[in-house]
Structures are given as C-alpha cells and as structure tokens.
Design a protein. Structure first.
Length: 626
C-alpha cells in the first residue's frame, strides 16, 4: 500500500506542476510520501488563489462545483471532476458492506434546511446505484403519523447519510417508536457526542457508523466497525498528515482543483496501537473538529449558517463571512475590490430576513485585506424540532404594519392567501400571495410594490378593490373569501361569484393549462428536466383544476387540503405522486419518465374538468345552480 500511495502522490505532484498555475514550479520531494517540505494550504490561501488553483486541463463544463457549508462562517467553492465523485460512492458502499448491507440498496442523503432542493439520479458511473438527496423541511410540516409513514416508506432498506444533528432531530421527531426501516445510518459533516449517537442507535434500529468528510475534499476516512470514533484513512482517496495535532489533507484523485496539504481546521491524533479489525490502513481519532454555527431567529430559534451559503457565494466577492451581533442583527464581512451594489446587498439580505425575521437588520462591511471578526459560538445540536419554511404570519403582519407606516401607505386591507397558510402544501416554488385592497389604481402602487418585493422577493402582490374583484377573477375572489387572512385591516365583504362565471373562467383556465402541459410534454428536453419543477407544474394544474370543479359542483372551499381530499382519489397514482414529489413529501424518482407521467396525469385532470364545466354551461340543468 505504501508503494501505491507514493506513486499516487508522485503522479499528483507532477500533474499540478504542469497544469495548475498555483503550483507551478512546486518541488517534487525525493520521497513522494513525505510532503513535509511543501507549504501548507490554508483556507485563506484558497480564497485568495481563486482560479489559479483550478486545472488548465480537463473540461470545466463537466466539473461539479461544491460549496462548503460555511461552518466557520466563510464558505469555499471547490471543483471536482468525475473520479473523486465515483470514488465517494464506492467508499460509502464498502463501509455499508462491512456493516452487513450488500446489494444496491440506494444511497439517500437527508437534509433539513429549506433552501436545498431534493434530487435523484442513477449513478452515471455504471455501478447501478440510485443517488438521492431528500430535503425533509417540507415533510416536517406533516402531522407525526403521516410524517413517520412517509419517512419509513422512503428510507426502507436504504443507506442513509446525513449530519448527526439531522439524525438527532429525526430521532426526536420519531420518538420512542423510532423506525426499523433503514439498512444503515452513516453520519458525516459534524462531530457526534456519545449521548446523541446512543439516541440515534436506539431510534433507528440499524447499524450506525460515521464518515469523516470535508466538502472541499470528499471522504477522508471511515469509522472502524470495531471501534466507535476510530477512523481508518481511506488511502485511495486522500493522503493524511497530522502535524502538531492539525489534520492536513491531500486529496489524491481530484484533478479539477487539487489541494496539497490542506489544513482542515480539525485536530486529531494517531492511534498507534491500531484497532481490533483486520484493516491495515492507519487509524486515528479526532480530538476536535469544526462545529456548525447557527443564527438566531426573531423568536429565539436556530437556523444553520449553511442555509445561507448558496446566496453568499453567488456574490462578486473574494471572501465573505457571517456573524450575529445580537437578536435581529447580522453582520456580513466581505473582501472585494469594489463595494457590493444595492442589488447584491438585497440578494444577500433577502434570505436572511426570510429565515430569521423580516425585521432583521443586515449590515455590510468591506475589507481590503482578509481580516474578519471571530465567529460567535452557537449550539452544535439545537434543541427543538420546529423547521420553519419562511416568515411566520406574525412576522409578516408586524413587518407589513411597520413598513406601511414608515412609507405612509394606507391600504384598506392586506390579505394573505395560498400555501403560506397551509405549510403542508407549500413547495419551494410557492409564492407568498398578498392582495392589497385599495381604491387606488394599480399604477399608484407600482413603486411601493417594487420596494416591498425587493425586501422579500418571494412576494406576489395583487391589487384589487371591493367593486372590481369579481370582474378580475371569480376564483381569486372565492379564494379571498375562503382563505383570506388579513394581515392589515379587515376582510371586505366580497360577494361570492356566480357559478356560471366560475365555470366560464374554469373552462378557459383548464384548457389553457392543458395546452401548456402539452407544450411541455412535447418539449424534447422535458424528459431530462428538473423532476421537482415539472412535478410542481403538474401539482399547480391539478390543485387549481380541482378548485374550479369543487366551487362549481361541491362546496364553497378553496384550501388545497380540503379540495384535494374531496376531488382526488387518495390511492397511489401519477397525480398523487406528482403532488407528493412537488411538496417533497417523498424523494423524487430517478427515472426520466417520471416528469412525463406527471404532465400526462395533470393534463388529463385539466381536460376532464374543462369538459365537465363545459357540459354544465351548456346543460339544461345549469339554472339549478346558483
């Protein structure tokens, strides 16, 4: 193994000398396995190096960009080519096999922060594995029984990976009953205290082990099945040094952005006596590791700082960090040649306000050099199991009241409708639907609405008055009556639209929706498009078509839960699957044909409702309906 390792390091060093500008002229050690004469790569070095750490060889279009979780408050983006990605899957499978899980059960990675999308794919490396990432934030909104049923159905027999804090929250939510469905639980990304590990083992009733991973590297080591917290070096993946307690890692297979002697920020020590298993790879234990940080919400809850990293790394900066400066205040420090524009600042601040409270004050501080304040400490494993999807009703109401007062705006009422009121049916594509009731013309509100949407981009703002609401959209009026929750003012006494007006609008809406779905269905790119987005399109058509049918033939109710319970057969079908996938109550399927199934099912429902409403309009019994 040592000869093989030396050869890998020698090949890597020869490659970076020729292809990576940052390492041009790097000396080749006489003994390749001894890298002690080479400089240590710090996190700040990666920030400063920028593109010079990327290879001039290879196809960047095929690289995977991975961002660190921002554990320290400063995210990094690292690029990977295919070999390290394929190796990561093999290492996970090998560890599962050591724990008694053979075959191809599929790897399911669980996350629990609202922004991250769910995805699934068949492994492109020909190993037959199904790779899935499932964000549980929306499943979390279900009642305990429905939550446990859907979770158990999805995880049955699978290899589960997640942070220990996510498994801990799942264990708390499942309670003493737990679940016996998974094949194996593999933790990574955080340290796991012994008491938390015991709870996870008790609730999941399956083998539990750990991976020592870094987003900027991949899998560094895997836990020894014979000794908890003892990690075997994965020498096919990385060369590991422990220098004065600091972990230095050199990934061996990534040619897109090689990192030589990267100081991870973790600390460890070698276990000289080895362990009780039959693996010959060196073994070590972590003595300390980077801990995840959290920001406080307005009501004292905790949100992982990693939730905001996608927005942060999209900014035109060389380095950036987040820190809390008390309740309702977040400081963003960044290094850039020029100050951030107003639109960039709003792009960074909007997700912070949405998650932490709409009144959160965000300050920006530019630095010429990389000098950042120390990170504040927050609990590693937050207590409680609430997982908010966005601002609460109370937060929206208080913020709107102060915002309107600050800008001297006096609408008759501000009314909330839609999925914000039904978190179970809220998708990641859902808007926050607000209706401003005013006698002013819509043009008078153009400026204020632009300002308010800049503060909260997910807003969709409609303008109406008591006298013209029915003329604009009968179904929208029904929804204001059935769902309308006043945030400011009171709900006006809207008149319920005539059934003929609803049916007429419904026929046109359903036929237009069916045409749209047909266009999407025949698009050659649909089969490979984002399954989640296609499921949402189908979900939207199904729910609205069912609303039209329900208010014309059945009952004066427009909330999605009530309408679907009455109009849609609960048995498993492409329509129910589309709704569950769109709401992320189940992980998306990996096969490309799923998107086509969802569109076909939604189109059939839209055409059926259009035909029923058309028959009603032309039928002799139309006068029997109010």
């Amino acid at each position: 193994m040592q000869r093989e390792l030396s050869s890998q390091i020698g090949e890597l060093l020869a490659y970076v000398r020729e292809n990576v500008p940052y390492y041009a002229g790097i000396p080749i050690p006489s003994t390749e396995a001894d890298l002690s004469g080479l400089p240590i790569l710090e996190r700040a070095d990666i920030q400063r190096a920028g593109r010079s750490l990327q290879s001039l060889s290879g196809d960047p279009d095929g690289w995977l960009a991975t961002s660190t979780s921002g554990t320290t408050g400063e995210p990094l983006t690292v690029f990977f080519d295919s070999p390290p990605q394929a190796l990561e899957i093999r290492l996970i499978r090998r560890l599962a096999e050591r724990l008694g899980i053979g075959g191809s059960p599929g790897i399911l990675h669980l996350t629990l922060h609202a922004p991250g999308p769910s995805r699934a794919m068949v492994s492109p490396w020909g190993d037959g594995n199904v790779l899935t990432r499932w964000n549980l934030a929306r499943l979390w909104q279900l009642d305990d029984r429905a939550f446990a049923e859907r979770l158990e159905r999805a995880v049955a027999g699978r290899i589960l990976t997640a942070k220990p804090s996510v498994f801990g929250l799942l264990a708390d939510r499942l309670g003493d009953r737990g679940t016996s469905a998974p094949g194996v639980v593999l933790m990574s990304g955080e340290t796991c205290p012994p008491d938390l590990r015991r709870k996870i083992e008790e609730r999941f009733h399956c083998p539990v082990s750990s991976l020592y991973t870094m987003a900027e590297v991949g899998i560094v080591a895997t836990e020894c099945p014979a000794a908890a917290y003892a990690y075997h070096c994965e020498q096919e993946s990385c060369h590991i040094e422990i220098l004065d307690g600091d972990v230095l890692v050199t990934p061996l297979t990534n040619r897109a952005m090689p990192l030589i002697r990267y100081r991870s920020g973790d600390r460890a020590r070698w276990l000289e006596g080895g362990c009780r298993c039959d693996r010959a790879a060196p073994v070590f234990e972590l003595t300390s590791a980077r801990s995840p940080r959290h920001l406080l919400t307005a009501d004292g809850g905790l949100v992982s700082i990693g939730t905001f990293m996608k927005a942060m790394i999209s900014l035109p900066v060389d380095r950036i960090s987040l820190a809390q400066q008390g309740a309702g205040q977040v400081r963003i420090d960044y290094q850039a040649r020029t100050p951030l524009t107003e639109s960039d600042r709003e792009r960074a601040a909007a997700p912070l306000r949405s998650a932490l409270g709409l009144g959160t004050r965000v300050s920006f501080h530019r630095h010429e050099a990389a000098a950042f304040p120390l990170a504040d400490g927050r609990p590693v494993h937050p207590a409680g199991t609430a997982v908010p999807l966005g601002p609460s009703l109370e937060d929206l109401s208080s913020w709107l009241e102060s915002w309107c007062a600050e800008h001297s705006l006096t609408p008759q009422a501000v009314i909330l409708t839609g999925s914000v009121l039904e978190p179970v049916f809220r998708t990641r594509f859902s808007d926050v639907d607000l209706t401003l009731v005013t006698d002013d013309p819509p043009e008078a509100w153009t400026g204020p609405v632009r300002l308010i949407r800049r503060h909260l981009p997910a807003l969709r703002v409609m303008i109406t008055s008591e006298r013209d609401s029915v003329a604009r959209s009968p179904l929208a009026t029904c929804r204001l009556i059935c769902e309308g929750t006043p945030l400011l003012g009171s709900l006006p006494a809207f008149a319920w639209p005539a059934s003929r007006a609803l049916a007429t609008e419904g026929v046109h809406w359903c036929q237009t929706a069916a045409d749209t779905l047909w266009h999407q269905f025949t698009d050659p790119d649909t089969a490979t498009a984002d399954t989640l987005a296609t499921a949402y399109l189908a979900h939207k058509v199904i729910v609205n078509a069912c609303r039209y049918r329900h208010v014309v033939f059945e009952d004066r109710q427009t909330r999605a839960a009530s309408v679907l319970a009455a109009e849609l057969d609960p048995a498993e079908s492409p329509a129910t699957e589309a709704i569950e996938v769109a709401c992320e109550h189940r992980p998306p399927p990996p096969e490309c044909a799923a998107s086509l199934r969802y569109l076909t099912a939604a189109r059939a429902i839209a055409l059926t409702v259009a035909a029923e409403l058309g028959d009603y309009l032309t039928g002799t019994n139309a006068e029997d309906f109010p």
